[in-house]
Design a binder for this molecule. Structure first.
Ligand code: KIV
Length: 271
């Protein structure tokens, strides 16, 4: 199915309708104006300003160090490049876990200072009061369960989550709580495809999978991974659409050679 050009602006209601109609939702991360504009023009449904910016933009090992101010910087750049896509921003680690008042204050800062359309929070029962508080302020919230990278030091590995019954049962309970709390959707990261299927079928809100198989209502990938900028990262769930790391390095080497050999700039490239 190609891009639905009839849709002028994607909203959370559009995603709801897509689930009801069986139309899959496309989502990618973006962190700056230029890529957001390209993705929006390509017809992407949802842009996630992920806290994976901490890894792919800032070079940190985990998502934990990124700050609220840094997320606001990335999100406002993305918003300036977007016309049609729904833009969702991650609340970073430390900006919502302590209590629901803190969570709401962080949420309001992002919404006010960036113009984003909604927020994503990691966790289930533990953060449900914060989800309710933010939703009751009129801010759309997306959940995130399974492998939640802000809890990497609790998990100890980036392996598939919820393979055991106890963790799968907790996830099933959490996802219902998030739906009841008013979330408009939920990301399911690195869980077995059959569990994602069961969860997806049990919900009225859409699920967006990353490493969660083909039964989810939509898919999300980190842009640097799918474009092959981050060429060393090759998990099983990733489909790499370009090999930009190689192309960019070749282009830069070509440029270096042209500068050194005085081929660049030539007369036509001079004033
Ligand atoms: O921060 C991020 O990029 C994410 C996606 C992996 C879902 O949360």
């Amino acid at each position: 199915m190609s891009v639905n050009k009839e849709i002028k602006k994607i909203t959370t209601n559009t995603l709801q309708k897509m689930k009801a109609n069986g139309e899959k939702i496309s989502m990618l991360t973006a962190y700056d104006f230029s890529f957001a504009r390209l993705f929006d023009e390509a017809g992407l449904d949802v842009i996630l300003v992920g806290d994976s910016a901490s890894n792919v933009m800032a070079g940190h090992e985990t998502t934990l160090p990124i700050t609220l101010d840094q997320m606001i910087y990335h999100a406002s750049s993305v918003i300036r490049g977007t016309n049609r896509a729904l833009v969702i921003v991650d609340l970073p680690f430390g900006s919502y876990q302590s209590n629901s008042e803190v969570a709401l204050a962080s949420a309001i800062r992002i919404m006010k200072e960036t113009g984003a359309h909604g927020l994503k929070l990691e966790g289930g029962e533990e953060i449900i009061d914060s989800v309710k508080k933010i939703v009751s302020a009129g801010i759309p919230v997306m959940g995130h369960l399974g492998l939640t990278p802000q809890s990497i030091y609790k998990f100890g590995t980036y392996n598939v989550r919820a393979k055991e019954e106890a963790e799968a049962n907790k996830l099933k309970k959490d996802v219902q709580l998030l739906q009841e709390a008013g979330c408009f959707g939920v990301v399911l990261e690195k869980i077995p495809a059959q569990l994602a299927k069961e969860v997806t079928e049990s919900l009225t809100i859409p699920t967006i999978g990353i490493g969660a198989g083909g039964y989810c209502d939509g898919q999300v990938l980190v842009m640097h991974d799918m474009l092959g900028i981050n060429s060393e990262f090759k998990p099983r769930f990733l489909r790499q659409y370009l090999t930009l790391a190689t192309d960019i390095k070749n282009a830069v080497q070509h440029y270096i050679n042209d500068v050194k050999s005085q081929d660049f700039p030539n007369e036509k490239e001079s004033y």
